[in-house]
Design a protein around this ligand. Structure first.
Ligand code: SF4
Length: 356
């Protein structure tokens, strides 16, 4: 059975051509999938009955099961999805004014080893397929009323997106295609912990998307402890690759910095971060940590956040403190999945990070 949302190479187009079905039927099916929000092949009412009956024999449409669906008063909705092999992932719909942003996952788990993140605690199980990435988008789109459309995508959920570019790029092509979800590439942001060869590949192959690079520390000594994969990379190479992406694409570059109380939120950290970013045309998103059950990391006080931001602003850095939307529904990456896993078994307690 082929996932009908699998875009490369398009198996649906080939299947229809083999049967001599006219090309406009392909466009009709895409319209039902991306715009018509069809719940099934049967619901694609302008297709011949014979085609509607034959499609489910070769193609699966929905391969994921919604295990949990949480909502908050601020309009945030989070889905915990079970994949066809029983693995679980998360994705989120965020409402902000007229914006309808979705945050999607690219892997089951994550291998990057950010010590404060729920997604990576058990490592990575596998990459998502392009079809699975698109399916998340469509499931979130269907949470909206008929007169609303998705406006933005952030690839910031579970997993390291640049470790799964082979599936992500075709999926985002569908998202930005006028016959897909029609979301401008300017409204799509890929978030990465910073994998220079993959950033370089992105520069070479596709410069249309915004890039957000997660720093979380102003120097390699601290970053090696907070983001385990950094030991093999280093901030210098990451910033160089990000600079090159900005030059090649002209697209907005953002740096992300999760503030962890007592670990990376001191004035000295802010000064060193300002020195690192000085002269770079980029926005810095400071994100007060969203606590994860069972992890020992804490949210900094409002005063600590203000102090940190003041130092950066005084140094001329363009800083934005990102609101923690949906914190009541475990909205940070991997928390709902972890809560579900915790309910079924008891993992060993992680120990607090000891800074050298
Ligand atoms: S924060 Fe992102 S990159 Fe880091 S472990 Fe979690 S999912 Fe992976």
């Amino acid at each position: 059975m082929i996932h009908i949302l699998e875009p490369t190479p398009d198996p649906l187009q080939a299947w229809l051509a083999e049967r001599g079905v006219p090309g406009f039927r392909f466009r009709q099916i895409r319209h039902w999938l991306f715009t018509g929000r069809a719940a099934s092949f049967e619901a694609m009412s302008d297709l011949p009955k014979s085609l509607r009956e034959e499609l489910p024999g070769s193609f699966s449409l929905w391969t994921m099961r919604v295990v949990d669906h949480k909502k908050t008063e601020d309009g945030t909705e989070k889905l915990l999805l079970e994949l066809s092999d029983g693995q679980q992932i998360e994705c989120v719909l965020l409402r902000d004014g007229v914006r309808r942003t979705i945050c999607i996952s690219t892997q089951v788990g994550c291998a990057m080893g950010c010590v404060f993140c729920a997604s990576g605690l058990a490592g990575v199980a596998r990459n998502l397929t392009a079809g699975e990435i698109v399916e998340q988008m469509l499931l979130l789109d269907r949470l909206l009323p008929a007169d609303e459309r998705l406006s933005h995508i952030v690839v910031m959920g579970m997993g390291e997106p640049l470790a799964n570019l082979d599936a992500l790029l075709p999926a985002l092509a569908e998202a930005s295609s006028p016959t897909g979800l029609g979301i401008s590439a300017r409204r799509i942001t890929i978030s990465t912990v910073g994998l220079p060869p993959a950033i370089e590949r992105l520069s070479r192959e596709n410069c249309r998307f915004n890039l957000a690079v997660s720093l979380h520390a102003p120097d390699d000594h601290l970053r090696d402890q907070l983001v385990k994969v950094n030991k093999n990379i280093g901030l210098g190479d990451i910033l160089q690759a990000a600079d090159a992406y900005f030059e090649a694409s002209g697209r907005r570059l953002t740096y992300e910095y999760v503030l962890l109380a007592g670990l990376n939120d001191q004035v000295e950290h802010a000064r060193r971060l300002a020195a690192l970013l000085r002269g770079r045309t980029a926005l810095l998103n400071v994100i007060p940590y969203n606590p994860v059950a069972g992890l020992p990391y804490r949210t900094p006080s409002g005063a600590a956040v203000d102090r940190f931001v003041e130092v950066l602003r005084a140094a001329g850095i363009n800083v934005f403190v990102r609101e923690r939307k949906g914190s009541k529904i475990d909205a940070a990456c991997g928390q709902l999945r972890r809560a579900n896993m915790l309910a079924s078994k008891t993992p060993p307690e992680p120990t607090p990070l000891e800074l050298a």
